[in-house]
Design a protein around this ligand. Structure first.
Ligand code: BES
Ligand code: ZN
Length: 625
């Protein structure tokens, strides 16, 4: 009974907040008071961190760093404010990876500490152990990053749009924050942060924090992040950037040559924020801005709070790939607000976000549109499943001993389909109310898979009885009760593909009114074709020259499989002009699987490797072994 009253209060509080958040405003919603949230959950063991937050935890980070492009180095201090979780705990344990630790001092008193840096594990890096004094409340670490720091990419001017200035970008998820900051690199540990970053005068620095929109005259930038975040959301970008506002609370940063196209392409961002708030409650992070990076950024997007990082390969010119913004924005709830407790629970971040992404695109562009995206996701699942060992086909994964960055992508769409099933069984209104209460109740906390199951059992007990929750979360493949998205448009595309496959002429197909999603689905629906038949399609539909990166990628993959050599110069252009891991790794893998393409793969990689982010480099290094 008490529980029920509490749940009702939560819903009431959420409704109130939604009303006040309707008018766009830069005023930020403060972290919720303890009255709104349950007590923070206990820490669980994290196989990807040496930190012991159950002993001592970091609550605030103050960074003071010089950005040195010549040395490819960040150097300065990290001051960590600590709290003892266990009274009398006397050791602070941190994660580092390839950091040079110069000194550690304990405050108050600026007392030098005898720290110990363990030998490095290739995946986890080096444990840093710092003995504390009883009065210690802050630990100041003087350090420098290494030029090979895996989170960081130092770009030569030639690799930027402007070609005149260098660029620095970071990518901390999953466990790479420790390569540029010594910290407790576990998603269960949340801290607020502030930073002073010094960059060359011609450049501008931005972070996953409160940003300025103007260049500073002296190259010194100050940042604050008042909401507590996990380490994997620490992010820094430095380049010759411009800013363009969409409205009072969102806008885009990009290099000058890209800013116009970017601000046109992503102009639906304010509407997306509005739709997301309508669904699952107020946006709690103040501003929501985008940063368009040079094409070597290794991901499509990264949900760094207040400042989503984006690949320029989603600028298609027709807004056809903006569901990626919906995805990164959705992480402001699923992931950034309610955070996977360990990387084993990664599906709680990405499965929820993919579901939420589809809901935002449905709200903005209609059900027909979002069903196409659901089906493109389903195709991906069906392609990936047979390549995965059974133990990697679950939503919950035990990634102990593995690099979490190598986790399969399956959890995105399989997780989303599982939530769609829950929606279908509960009914949309009830499901949305449950999810909204869930985000409110666990805001700024971490979540384990078992705690999620408990919340589900409590909130929707009748639904849990119907859906085989355990089979979805711990079992392989797609369970028999998997939802079946449907699209009339895609049914027509499949018919056209079938007709062509059975010998029909390309001229019988009219694609003039097709969206890029339909084109992509057409390519993905085709069976193996001869190079001559591939050529017929290409002559008519110009897939090899597609300006849509998803269509182009699907076509180039197929070209390798079907030995369509005419597309190989385009493969080389694609692999040397962008470094998105999702595109680059499978293309090299496909080439590598054909003995006669290996020399070509090696030759292209020799040209391209230096332009890839370390994350993409290691993925391809592994592939070409
Ligand atoms: N958080 C991920 C990116 C990520 C995941 C980085 C794991 C490092 C480790 C981001 O939100 C994401 O999922 N990006 C996708 C785009 C999305 C629309 C599927 C990508 O980069 O392709
Ligand atoms: Zn994501």
């Amino acid at each position: 009974m008490k529980r029920l009253t509490f749940a009702l209060l939560l819903v009431a509080a959420a409704c109130k907040q939604e009303q006040s958040a309707v008018a766009p405003s830069v005023a930020q919603t403060p972290p919720p008071s303890s009255a709104q949230t349950a007590a923070p959950p206990a820490f669980v063991h994290d196989p990807h961190s040496y930190a012991r937050p159950d002993e001592v935890r970091v609550t605030h980070l103050a960074l003071d760093l010089d950005v040195d492009f010549a040395k490819k180095q960040l150097a300065g201090t990290a001051a960590l404010t600590i709290q003892r979780t266990r009274p009398n705990a006397s050791t602070l344990t941190l994660d580092t990876h390839d950091l040079a630790i110069q000194s550690v001092a304990l405050n108050p008193g600026n007392v030098p500490a005898q720290f110990a840096l363990a030998t490095a594990d290739p995946i986890l890096g080096s444990k840093l152990t710092i003995p504390l004094q009883p009065a210690t409340n802050t630990v100041v670490i003087r350090y420098a990053s290494s030029p090979g720091a895996r989170a960081l990419q130092w770009l030569e001017p030639a690799m930027t749009a402007g070609k005149k200035q260098p660029f620095l970008l970071s990518q901390s998820e999953a466990i790479l924050a420790r390569t540029w900051v010594p910290l407790q690199d576990s998603p269960q540990v949340r801290f607020t942060y502030e930073a002073t970053i010094r960059v060359p005068h011609e450049l501008m620095a931005v972070m996953s924090a409160e940003n300025v929109t103007q260049r500073s005259a002296d190259g010194v930038y100050h940042f604050t992040m008042p909401q507590p975040v996990p380490s994997y959301l620490m992010a820094l970008g430095v380049g010759d950037l411009a800013f363009r506002a969409f409205d009072g609370r969102s806008g885009v940063y990009a290099e000058v040559p890209v800013i116009d196209a970017a601000s046109r392409e992503f102009s639906d961002t304010p509407k997306m924020i509005g739709a997301a708030e309508q669904l699952y409650g107020p946006y709690r992070w103040g501003r929501y801005d985008l940063l368009v990076l040079p094409p070597s950024f290794p991901y499509g997007g990264m949900e760094n709070p207040r400042l989503t990082f984006l690949t320029p390969t989603v600028i298609a010119g027709d807004k056809s790939l903006v569901s990626l913004i919906a995805h990164e924005l959705a992480h402001s709830w699923s992931g950034n607000l309610v955070t996977n407790a360990t990387w084993n629970d990664f599906w709680l971040n990405e499965g929820f976000t993919t579901y939420f992404e589809h809901r935002i695109t449905e709200a903005l562009y209609g059900r027909e549109y979002s069903e196409m995206l659901w089906l493109l996701g389903l195709t991906q699942v069906k392609e990936e499943l047979p390549t995965l060992p059974v133990k990697d086909q679950a939503l919950y994964l035990d990634l102990t001993g593995r690099d979490p960055d190598d986790a399969p992508d399956l959890v995105y769409e399989k997780g989303a389909l599982f939530l769609r099933l829950l929606e279908e069984k509960a009914g949309r209104a009830r499901w949305d109310q449950f999810l909204r209460g869930y985000f409110d109740a666990h805001a700024f906390q971490s979540m384990t898979t078992t705690r999620f199951i408990d919340a589900l059992k409590q909130g929707l007990p009748d639904v849990v009885q119907q859906v085989k929750v355990e089979e979805w979360i711990y079992g392989p493949g797609l369970p028999a009760n998997c939802p079946q998205p449907h699209s009339e448009a895609f049914a027509k595309v499949e018919a056209a593909a079938k007709q062509f496959a059975s010998g029909g002429p390309a001229s019988a197909i009219d694609m003039t009114k097709w969206s890029s999603h339909e084109r992509q689905h057409f390519v993905e629906s085709l069976p193996s074709l001869t190079p001559a038949r591939m050529g017929e399609l290409d002559a008519r539909f110009h897939f090899t020259d597609s300006g849509n990166s998803e269509v182009l990628f699907a076509w180039l993959m197929k070209s390798v499989e079907d030995r369509y050599k005419t597309a190989y110069p385009a493969i080389e252009r694609f692999l040397t002009s962008q470094g998105r891991r999702k595109f680059v790794k499978p293309l090299y893998a496909a080439l590598w699987s054909h003995a006669e393409d290996r020399a070509f793969a090696k030759e292209v990689y020799a040209k391209a490797r230096a332009s890839y982010h370390p994350v993409t480099q290691s993925a391809v290094d592994d592939t070409l072994k």
